[in-house]
Design a protein around this ligand. Structure first.
Ligand code: URA
Length: 251
């Protein structure tokens, strides 16, 4: 059974339950606005989103908007679960990613995997991982502002389709692109931000942590905020020190 069929069946069963528990004569039932919205909403077309993501990946694979298309082996679109609650956004593919076609598979990728598996006690395939740039900058140089500008629409559409509950921006390029700011990672971490209404946390890039292991403690604090948000123990409340960001409001 497809996930859309399953969703429709759950909605049908819920409707039936509501009908049976309704006041017999008045045929009414007291529902909270949230539950009422849920039972009356049409099925979420998540399978269409999966197809839309696949189509976006094909569009990216054919992209020639910047010169990186002439030096890449292949584009690197994403890894993991497109229905994930949590998305990690990194900077750009490196040599290993360019060769294999998946994000975060080199040394930095191993550290990210350790954070997910050993730290968060999740499986790597349960989160969604992507980058700001979909092509490797030669010699692993920093992405150029123009490359980020040209590639950003792909990231925006990708995040729109995945619609995670929370985003973790890995390092300066991801954080500044998503939050449209030039503040440093050090300034941006430690607060909740909002990316078009999706709570966003900034932490250090795994490559930086490999160079500066003494910063791992801070990164782990950031990750723990994300974990507490996912378990409902923490709300993504914006402190007065944090930013106003694209389309976003947080409580
Ligand atoms: N660094 C990134 O930002 N992304 C990758 O995919 C690999 C290394």
């Amino acid at each position: 059974m497809s996930s859309v069929d399953l969703y429709n069946e759950i909605v049908q069963l819920t409707r039936e339950l509501v009908r049976r528990s309704a006041h017999p004569r008045r045929k009414t039932l007291m529902l909270s606005p949230e539950v009422a919205a849920f039972v009356t909403a049409p099925a979420t077309p998540r399978e269409d989103d999966t197809e839309a993501l696949a189509s976006l990946a094909r569009e990216v694979a054919a992209c020639t908007k910047c010169d990186l298309c002439t030096t890449r082996t292949q584009t690197v679109f994403s890894d993991g679960n497109p229905y994930a609650d949590l998305v990690f956004v990194g900077e750009a593919p490196g040599a290993d990613e360019d060769r294999i076609g998946r994000p975060f598979v080199g040394r930095a990728g191993q550290l990210l995997t350790d954070i997910i598996v050993k730290g968060m006690k999740m499986r790597r395939q349960d989160v969604y991982i992507c980058n700001v740039l979909k092509c490797r900058p030669p010699e692993n140089r920093d992405p150029l502002p123009e490359e980020k500008r040209l590639c950003e629409p792909y990231l925006i559409r990708q995040l729109e389709l995945v619609r995670p509950k929370v985003i973790c921006a890995l390092g300066a390029h991801a954080a500044t692109t998503l939050l449209q700011t030039d503040l440093s990672t050090g300034r941006l971490r430690g607060h909740w931000h909002s990316y078009y209404g999706i709570p966003l946390r900034v932490t250090y890039h795994p490559s930086y942590l490999l160079r500066k292991p003494e910063e791992k403690k801070k990164a782990w604090e950031d990750i723990q905020h994300v974990m507490r948000f996912l378990t409902g123990e923490e709300k993504a409340e914006r402190s007065s020190a944090s930013l106003s960001v694209p389309g976003g409001t947080l409580a």
